[in-house]
Design a protein around this ligand. Structure first.
Ligand SMILES: *[C@@H]1O[C@H](CO)[C@@H](O)[C@H](O)[C@H]1NC(C)=O
Ligand SMILES: *[C@@H]1O[C@H](CO)[C@@H](O)[C@H](O)[C@H]1NC(C)=O
Ligand SMILES: *[C@@H]1O[C@H](CO)[C@@H](O)[C@H](O)[C@H]1NC(C)=O
Ligand SMILES: *[C@@H]1O[C@H](CO)[C@@H](O)[C@H](O)[C@H]1NC(C)=O
Ligand SMILES: *[C@@H]1O[C@H](CO)[C@@H](O)[C@H](O)[C@H]1NC(C)=O
Ligand SMILES: *[C@@H]1O[C@H](CO)[C@@H](O)[C@H](O)[C@H]1NC(C)=O
Ligand SMILES: *[C@@H]1O[C@H](CO)[C@@H](O)[C@H](O)[C@H]1NC(C)=O
Ligand SMILES: *[C@@H]1O[C@H](CO)[C@@H](O)[C@H](O)[C@H]1NC(C)=O
Ligand SMILES: *[C@@H]1O[C@H](CO)[C@@H](O)[C@H](O)[C@H]1NC(C)=O
Ligand SMILES: *[C@@H]1O[C@H](CO)[C@@H](O)[C@H](O)[C@H]1NC(C)=O
Ligand SMILES: *[C@@H]1O[C@H](CO)[C@@H](O)[C@H](O)[C@H]1NC(C)=O
Ligand SMILES: *[C@@H]1O[C@H](CO)[C@@H](O)[C@H](O)[C@H]1NC(C)=O
Length: 836
């Protein structure tokens, strides 16, 4: 059996990797045929309408939205918000659908397996993939890991949906989905035996009547055989069909797939796609019943799932620093309590000059505050293991977390800077440093005990904050309340980035940015030691940076950060800010809006019958082409006019060519990935109640290419207590020498790996990582493994991120078939998850 759980793993650019085109419902839209993404989205929307209609009924409210093919993310979100009497999140609902669709698409990138696509009458293994996957989705939800839940769900949906295209379920006249596929306790009856003939040859191109009448009469289930290279199939069996399927030229010729309207059974495509939507809805209902409504809404992205993490330096009893850190943390936690923006989870990591590592994770804000209150500082003036603590937090916290780092000292583990940048990039988490200057607070008794931060030491923190879209804020007890005000802005929901730029070395420059009517609470942040700036509105009104309260906004200064909050008057149009400074500076313009942009690098595999693609979990190669997927959330239709890679600390740009793959989704090709770090900028038109407005957004996170490639093999399920060895290959076409290797995982499982690999110029080297999940790990737990290679002198770094699921799968299945085995306690727990 091939593992289903390696959901979004695939190899990049490897000569070994030649994925065959796995035929399925299409991935990219071509004609009126429904793609996997459209099927998945339709199922999500219709299921939510059902759920919200029930809620409305229970609460005695009207609910008018009908279930039909015209549903959109916006109409469903509006109707559901009304049912729940609270504004459910549009952008994250969109995000959940996209994340699920991305991993659905990735299934076609994997080495071809009959079970993943229900080819070759492989019903038993296909059903096992689905039921094991559903169990894993439920465990991930229980563990609060919604991203991996969606990722596994996407893969499961792919297989489930393929059943209706590749089998003869529709031809048998079925009016409802095949329940047994999601319920392992139900039998798989009436499967055509291996020697039952199921098809006759098509009449020329006409395959409308190629399934044998006795198969139809006896309601026997069969599916098409498929092979790219070999024409052989068992005697009398149906083929999948299509030019790529060699078996379809063997008697009986032709095929039965319903992948699109031009397929051999394309006349049944709409029916198969409709059945696939219904089946996906039943799968979602099965998950909802198991997890309850609150968690289901989180899975759907309609409820808050953000995580707030604190990384606190506990060296420094000489100062009030730790008291300040506690006070600021408390006010951050309290500012979100009881609001719709309350985080779903809190994480605390401490570090000092010797050590780091203790990680506390809880959903209970009161318990978390107790933990913070009990922090005490040790007595030392040495630099702390700040980046180790940050890296641990980035690794263990879910993606897109808000991370606050408190310290008053320099980092002693600066060699981890590139690793931290890479983890920020792959997790899209936002890191904000809260720095207390120890010269004023720490040296009360003895000036020589000061561990004040030098400019270059502070620069390290500024760089990391900037890469993540966060800030560096100086906290002294005189600026504590201002600092807190800035911090609470940073964790507002629906925060979007309109513009960000950095100039190092400094350069006097005028920046322009577009504000659209969907934006509110627009804030301009300027960080630097002595920036002189003037802001110009679209109507020509200006305000100097030295005027705290002016016609355009109010300016708050916290250390070297200036925050300009624009007055809420109508501000749509093109703004300008002119900045001059003698030292380096950063500019960031943010606002609140449901219109946001998601970017993912993807790997496209071109096939004869359409492209398949999936998310890429590694840095793109400098100098080569790359593709990314852009999804605009917060509306039903957008026009995208420009997508640019903008140099993160300069003004170079590389523009991409845009191809729409749906009303809100786009694939963007970049001819050459630049040498420099970049942010992605998007400009377009939004069509709101017949008013067309221009808008712009940027990725908050900075990205980089690399000249190193790191590839890892696709692998099997990890079993609890059993070490899993994974081979990986590091290749470079430039720097030779001693490459540093690092591997880490988000579950804290033990992992061993070679500390270095020697590479020759243009050469490659292989290593092996061993991951061991403790024997008491719950089946279905997923683990994200990152393998990283850094060139000598930290000149370059690349990584690959793999997702694995810990599963006792084989044991589960024998267990579920035999009730007596299930009586053992362990198996009972496992079976309970899988079977019921
Ligand atoms: C701390 O003080 C030093 C010396 O006065 C200064 O150079 C540095 O910028 C200050 N750091 C912060 C975070 O304010
Ligand atoms: C400051 O500390 C140093 C060494 O820690 C010590 O030699 C010195 O006497 C102290 N000075 C004062 C004024 O306490
Ligand atoms: C700053 O902290 C010191 C020591 O706790 C205290 O004496 C001082 O009043 C504080 N200043 C302000 C403005 O709160
Ligand atoms: C920025 O714009 C202002 C006003 O339009 C102009 O006076 C100034 O020269 C410009 N500065 C730069 C660096 O282009
Ligand atoms: C953001 O804007 C909305 C509407 O413009 C306003 O009600 C809200 O108070 C603002 N929030 C903040 C934190 O300023
Ligand atoms: C920027 O500031 C420097 C020093 O204050 C000044 O010499 C220069 O003319 C300014 N540049 C612009 C474009 O205003
Ligand atoms: C990207 O580059 C590869 C070779 O390096 C080429 O085969 C492929 O066609 C290029 N793709 C695009 C979209 O330019
Ligand atoms: C904007 O929407 C209106 C109606 O929803 C439509 O008639 C118009 O063509 C759209 N304009 C653009 C540029 O998409
Ligand atoms: C996965 O495990 C099966 C059975 O243990 C084995 O046949 C197969 O080769 C393995 N696949 C990989 C990629 O290691
Ligand atoms: C990993 O590499 C080693 C040494 O090259 C090889 O013996 C082993 O078979 C590889 N393992 C897998 C699972 O490919
Ligand atoms: C490395 O790869 C890039 C892009 O494919 C190519 O332009 C360059 O010549 C290669 N360098 C070496 C030393 O092979
Ligand atoms: C590579 O570097 C590591 C540590 O940086 C060192 O321990 C190892 O000996 C080096 N290997 C070689 C072959 O130079």
């Amino acid at each position: 059996m091939v593992s289903l759980v390696v959901v979004a793993v695939f190899l990049l650019q490897g000569p070994l990797f030649q994925p065959p085109q796995a035929e399925a419902f299409k991935i990219l839209p071509t004609d009126d045929s429904l793609t996997h993404q459209q099927i998945t989205e339709a199922a999500f929307l219709r299921k939510m309408v059902e759920v919200c209609r029930n809620v409305a009924t229970v609460r005695g409210k009207d609910f008018a939205l009908p279930i039909n093919s015209k549903l959109t993310v916006t109409t469903v979100q509006k109707a559901c918000s009304n049912s729940y009497s609270s504004s459910l999140k549009l952008s994250t609902f969109n995000l959940a659908i996209i994340q699920t669709s991305l991993s659905n698409a990735a299934v076609d990138l994997k080495v071809f397996s009959t079970a993943h696509h229900f080819d070759d009458e492989d019903f038993i293994n296909g059903r096992d993939l689905i039921t094991q996957g559903v169990a894993a989705v439920k465990v991930s939800i229980k563990n609060g890991n919604y991203l991996s839940a969606r990722s596994i769900l996407g893969a499961v949906c792919h297989t489930l949906q393929d059943f209706y295209s590749h089998s003869n379920w529709v031809e048998l006249g079925s009016t409802a989905p095949f329940n047994s596929l999601i319920k392992p306790e139900l039998p798989l009856n009436n499967l055509a035996s291996s020697n039952t003939k199921t098809c006759k040859s098509c009449v020329g191109e006409d395959c409308s009547d190629n399934i044998l009448p006795e198969v139809l009469q006896q309601k026997m289930l069969t599916s098409g055989y498929f092979h790219l290279l070999i024409p052989d199939k068992p005697a009398g069996k149906c083929s999948h069909g299509s030019a790529l399927d060699r078996t379809s030229s063997t008697e009986p010729t032709g095929g039965i797939n319903k992948d699109d309207i031009s397929s051999d059974h394309g006349f049944l495509h709409q029916q198969a796609a409709e059945m696939a939507i219904k089946a996906t809805m039943e799968l979602l209902e099965n998950i909802r019943l198991a997890t309850g409504d609150q968690d289901f809404l989180r899975l759907m992205g309609l409820s808050q799932t953000s995580v707030l993490a604190f990384v606190i330096d506990t060296t420094g009893s000489l100062s009030n620093y730790i008291a300040d850190a506690k006070r600021v943390s408390m006010s951050i936690i309290d500012s979100r309590r009881g609001t719709s923006e309350e985080p779903s989870e809190y994480i605390l990591v401490q570090f000092n000059d010797q050590d780091f590592g203790l990680l506390i994770r809880t959903g209970d804000a009161d318990k978390f505050k107790e933990q913070i209150n009990s922090l005490s500082a040790s007595d030392s003036v040495n630099p702390g293991m700040c980046l180790s603590g940050l890296l641990l937090t980035l690794t263990r916290a879910p993606p897109s977390s808000d991370i606050f780092v408190f310290t008053d000292a320099s980092a002693k583990d600066t060699e981890l800077k590139s690793s931290a940048e890479a983890m920020i990039e792959s997790t899209k988490s936002k890191v904000t440093f809260l720095l207390t200057n120890s010269t004023s607070t720490r040296s009360r008794q003895n000036v020589s005990l000061s561990r004040s931060l030098s400019q270059s030491e502070i620069q390290l923190y500024r760089d990391l904050a900037h890469v993540s879209g966060g800030q560096t804020i100086d906290v002294t007890n005189t600026t504590l309340s201002q600092a807190t005000a800035v911090i609470t802005d940073l964790i507002t929901a629906d925060l979007v980035t309109v513009l960000q730029a950095a100039r190092n070395p400094p350069k006097a420059e005028n920046f322009s940015f577009l504000l659209d009517p969907t934006l509110s609470n627009v804030t301009v942040y300027i960080t630097g030691d002595s920036p002189v700036f003037t802001l110009y509105s679209p109507t020509g009104v200006s305000q100097s940076g030295s005027v705290a309260d002016g016609p355009l906004g109010s300016i708050l200064t916290v250390g070297n950060l200036k925050r300009v909050k624009l007055n809420s008057a109508n501000h749509a149009g093109e703004w300008k800010i002119s900045i001059n400074s003698t030292s380096s500076y950063n500019l960031r313009v943010t606002g609140q809006s449901s219109v946001d942009v998601l970017f993912y690098f993807v790997k496209i595999v071109e096939g004869g019958h359409g492209d398949s693609w999936g998310q890429s979990f590694t840095r793109p190669f400098i100098g080569r082409n790359a593709t990314f997927y852009v999804s605009v959330t917060g509306g039903d239709s957008f026009t995208v006019t420009d997508v640019l890679l903008v140099e993160a600390s300069g003004s170079d740009v590389v523009s991409g060519t845009i191809k729409a793959v749906g009303a809100t989704d786009f694939l963007v090709n970049i001819d050459r990935i630049p040498e420099w770090a970049f942010v992605v900028q998007l400009k377009g038109l939004l069509n709101d109640s017949s008013l067309v407005n221009r808008f712009q957004r940027q990725s908050p996170t900075q990205h980089k290419g690399s000249r190193i490639t790191v590839m890892a093999q696709s692998q099997n399920i990890t079993k609890p207590g059993v070490p899993l060895s994974l081979n990986f290959t590091v290749a470079t076409n430039t720097t030779s020498g001693n490459y540093t290797i690092r591997a880490r995982n988000d579950q804290g499982f033990s992992v061993s790996f070679p500390r270095f690999l020697i590479l020759e110029t243009g050469g490659s080297a292989q290593g092996s990582v061993t991951l061991t999940a403790p024997s008491n790990t719950e089946s279905g737990t997923d683990v994200t493994l990152t393998i990283e290679a850094e060139a000598p002198g930290s000149t370059d770094l690349n990584y690959v991120t793999l997702q694995l699921t810990v599963s006792t799968a084989n044991a589960i299945f024998s267990g579920c078939y035999s009730l007596s085995v299930c009586l053992s306690f362990f198996c009972f727990i496992v079976c309970h998850f899988v079977c019921f």
